[in-house]
Design a protein. Structure first.
Length: 76
């Protein structure tokens, strides 16, 4: 798949403790994003998540925060 003209686009699912799916911590999402970017035939398409009406996690921490990750937006 390394030279695939149409790589699989991957969304990283962000979840909350007690939720059904997704990474739980920002560091896990960053680690997974790096693995996806390094994998032949895969391309990071973004993040996704759904936890009903949950807007905050733990002690007032937002469910999702911006994270400075270098990303190449050029077409694969």
């Amino acid at each position: 798949m390394e030279d695939a003209p149409n790589p699989w686009r991957v969304l990283i699912d962000i979840g909350t403790d007690g939720g059904r799916t997704g990474v739980r911590e920002p560091a896990q999402a960053v680690e997974l994003a790096a693995a996806v970017e390094a994998a032949p035939g895969l391309r990071l398409a973004g993040v996704a998540g759904y936890e009903g009406d949950v807007t905050r996690v733990g002690r007032g921490r937002p469910l999702c925060q911006p994270h400075p990750v270098a990303h190449d937006d050029s077409p694969a």
